[in-house]
Design a protein around this ligand. Structure first.
Ligand SMILES: [Zn+2]
Length: 136
């Protein structure tokens, strides 16, 4: 277990994330949700930000499956399903996916703590499909 190499200002981000809670700053001037977290809004440069808990619901934008990797850490996980997810508040994240995912699926995104290269890193993953909400 190593340290995160994280900036203490962003403990609002790391600590809840390692518990599976997606907490992100929202700009109070233009309502943009900022990901990854920064000290100023990338759209309007305001520093009037508020940390908010985000919904874990997300829409699948794209999927792919890795069959080859030069990294030993990934080689043992192949084939690895990946998904590009759009969180309800707008940020787009790369997540470990599920083989059956398709663009347009509504999913529950989760975050798990993994250790890679001696560092603890948050990894987004698709926790479950929420197919019911596709038909509302
Ligand atoms: Zn803004």
């Amino acid at each position: 277990m190593g340290t995160h190499g994280k900036h203490p200002k962003f403990s609002n981000w790391w600590d809840p994330l390692f518990r599976g809670q997606i907490r992100l700053p929202m700009c109070l001037s233009c309502e943009h949700t900022i990901y990854p977290p920064r000290e100023n809004c990338p759209l309007c440069l305001s520093d009037n930000l508020q940390w908010l808990i985000n919904s874990n619901l997300a829409t699948v934008l794209a999927t792919t499956t890795l069959h080859h990797s030069f990294e030993p850490e990934f080689q043992r996980r192949l084939p690895l399903s990946l998904a590009l997810l759009e969180l309800e508040t707008g940020p787009i994240v790369i997540a470990n996916g599920l083989p059956a995912l398709a663009p347009g699926d509504i999913v529950v995104a989760d975050v798990v703590k993994e250790t890679a290269g001696g560092f603890d890193v948050p990894v987004f993953r698709v926790f479950s499909l929420n197919r019911q909400s596709l038909h509302k």
